[in-house]
Design a protein around this ligand. Structure first.
Ligand SMILES: Nc1ncnc2c1ncn2[C@@H]1O[C@H](COP(=O)(O)OP(=O)(O)OP(=O)(O)O)[C@@H](O)[C@H]1O
Length: 308
């Protein structure tokens, strides 16, 4: 369990993290979502004790992480895949980490196999692609068989096969009862991989919800385009049911406030022929943009954009 309580981090005049409180529970994958500069990396660094909060507390299983000896056995993390010694081989890099944390050497071969780098064990990291470095970073996080895992933008640089592999790995780690937290600035990545989502913007918590709830809320706000034989009659019917209806053409209307299924059922009951029903896609992305747009408004006037 990771717990942040009223955590604030200031860099001079910049408030990178602003009174943030949340809990990340074991047994499920939690996505940490926010636009560039929202404060995700700073928060992850504070969880790991690499950056001290200006105020507030962050604990892992009740204890500030910096107070734990042999930390890798408790928390595994991938922060920056590029931050490795290029002259070392993959195996030497992991062996050094294992030594420093009193982790059995046999784990090195195990984790290299796990991330698909067994054949590259003896190659220098300097020649690794970004995707290979991400895999090596994930191997380092897994090395101590920790109960808590943190990943900063773990899907960067991975090809489709790599992305699918990471998703499967996260699900398995969570199913084993571990706490898994990963950051991304893309709702689409979170949507495919996480069950719980923490959304931050400008260092503030904007949402802490199960993805299914966020999805339901977003769907409630979705828009359905309906092509019908008699759009005027359909508009009158749906307006009477509380929907907002906007004509699009002679054949089509745009409906908000009712899901496609209900529109279809109402039309059937009143003998109105429908030719097409289309719910506007990527409504979760819209929900995210709406949430973070509010955070930009909150901090308007300092000249920094909040766009993705
Ligand atoms: N060491 C530092 N010194 C000064 N400002 C910093 C430092 N680290 C982060 N910041 C500032 O804090 C804010 C949050 O940055 P952070 O890197 O945590 O965001 P992020 O959500 O991880 O963004 P990204 O997705 O771009 O990595 C930014 O305005 C950033 O410029």
């Amino acid at each position: 369990m990771i717990e942040a309580r009223h955590v604030t981090k200031r860099y001079g005049d910049t408030v990178a993290v602003d009174d943030l409180s949340f809990s990340v529970r074991p047994g499920r994958v939690t996505g940490f979502l926010g636009p560039n500069g929202a404060g995700k990396s700073t928060t992850l660094r504070m969880i790991l004790g690499l950056t001290a909060p200006s105020s507030g507390t962050v604990t892992v299983d009740g204890v500030p992480f910096a107070e734990r000896r042999r930390g890798l056995r408790h928390v595994g993390a991938l922060l920056d895949a590029q931050d490795v010694h290029g002259g070392r081989t993959a195996a030497a890099h992991l062996s050094a980490l294992a030594r420093g944390n009193r982790i059995p050497r046999t784990r090195v071969a195990d984790v290299l196999e796990e991330v698909g780098l067994a054949k590259a064990a003896g190659r220098r990291i300097g020649g690794f692609s970004l995707g290979m470095r991400q895999r090596l970073g994930i191997a380092a996080a897994l090395l101590g068989d920790p109960g808590v895992l943190l990943f900063d933008e773990p899907l960067n640089g991975l090809d489709m096969e790599g992305v699918l592999w990471v998703r499967g790995l996260f699900r398995r780690l969570a199913a084993e009862g571990r706490t898994v937290l990963f950051s991304s600035h893309m709702m689409s990545e979170i949507e495919q991989s996480a069950e719980q989502v923490l959304v931050i913007g400008r260092g503030r918590l904007l949402a802490d919800e199960q993805l299914a709830d966020l999805s339901r809320a977003a769907r409630g706000g979705s828009v359905v385009t309906v092509h019908a034989a008699d759009p005027a009659a359909l508009a009158a019917l749906l307006t009477g049911e509380g929907a907002s209806v906007r004509p699009l053409s002679e054949e089509a209307v745009e409906v908000s406030g009712l899901p496609a299924r209900r529109i279809g059922e109402l039309a059937l009951r009143h003998g109105l022929a429908l030719h097409q029903l289309t719910t506007k896609a990527s409504s979760l992305e819209d929900a995210f943009l709406e949430l973070t747009a509010g955070s930009v408004e909150y901090a308007a006037g300092d000249g920094r954009g909040g766009a993705l």
